[in-house]
Design a protein around this ligand. Structure first.
Ligand code: ZN
Length: 273
């Protein structure tokens, strides 16, 4: 099996300080948490930023720049910046593309719209087309976030139209309220639907994080953990850092016999330019 790429979703835009005191909010905290996770074995850092005053998700160029500059100054990690926008705020599409101007190696590409909790997560075809064209123009690889099975078909259709360039890289997101559940059958089905030669990783939300990670490890896929997706280390026990969640996967992978990919290994596996 290939070496294991561990991605960490550092903070997302949804979790509040009321839910956990450990969630990174300020640019300095987000960068520090990312650097610690990289030291623990994560090769890809998936980044959202927050308004330091309110703590809510933000989409400001200057905040993204501060976070990415700090991380780039201290690590060789692969940066995967979000284009998801902010839950409940229907941002202009152009605003969601702001992180691309920081030239990350990966950006998230949410491959369709979905009812998510009390909001509609809108990713209409015109937005996806705009995003796909921008990634092609800038040489950035889209990480194809798939919440349900029809989204794989959308990605294949985009590939056939020349808007996504193979080999594709999928990030299955399982256990979101409104999406496919975090089960073995979901993961197996999705992994069998993607085009040959693609790479894939999985996000299990909440309680699904560890079981999905273990399954992906055994199936030859890759793993994302982190406080964007899950704030608990075990039942009722909050995790104190992203590095703690990464460290557990590193230990388990070693026991299992899968080597951990460094960022340069991950660049080869993901076929990054
Ligand atoms: Zn995200």
């Amino acid at each position: 099996m290939e070496k294991l790429i561990i991605t960490v979703g550092i903070t997302g835009s949804r979790i509040t300080r009321q839910q956990t005191p450990y969630i990174p909010i300020t640019p300095e905290e987000i960068a520090r948490s990312g650097i610690e996770a990289w030291k623990a074995g994560a090769s890809v850092l998936h980044i959202h930023v927050r308004d330091p005053q309110t703590g809510f998700g933000a989409q400001d160029y200057s905040i993204f720049k501060e976070v990415t500059d700090r991380i780039r100054g201290e690590t060789d990690a692969i940066l995967c910046l979000t284009t998801s926008g902010i839950p409940g705020k229907n941002l202009e599409f152009q605003e969601r593309l702001v992180p691309l101007s920081l030239n990350p190696e990966l950006v998230s590409f949410d491959a369709g719209s979905i009812n998510m909790r009390e909001n509609v997560f809108l990713n209409p075809p015109e937005f996806l087309e705009m995003l796909a064209k921008e990634t092609l123009a800038k040489g950035i690889k889209p990480e194809l976030e798939v919440f349900e099975v029809g989204m794989v078909q959308t990605c294949i259709r985009f590939m056939e139209k020349g808007l996504l360039r193979p080999p594709l890289h999928f990030q299955f997101v399982l256990g979101v309220l409104g999406g496919m559940p975090a089960t073995a059958k979901s993961l197996l089905h999705l992994s069998e639907m993607i085009p040959g030669g693609s790479t894939w990783s999985v996000i299990g939300i909440g309680l699904g994080q560890l079981p999905m990670a273990v399954m992906a490890m055994a199936m030859g896929g890759h793993v994302r953990v982190g406080m964007e997706d899950n704030i608990y280390y075990s039942k009722g026990i909050l995790t104190q850092s992203n590095a703690e969640l990464v460290g557990r996967i590193v230990r388990m992978a070693k026991e299992f016999g899968r080597e951990i990919a460094t960022p340069s290994d991950a660049r080869k596996i993901l076929n990054l330019p």
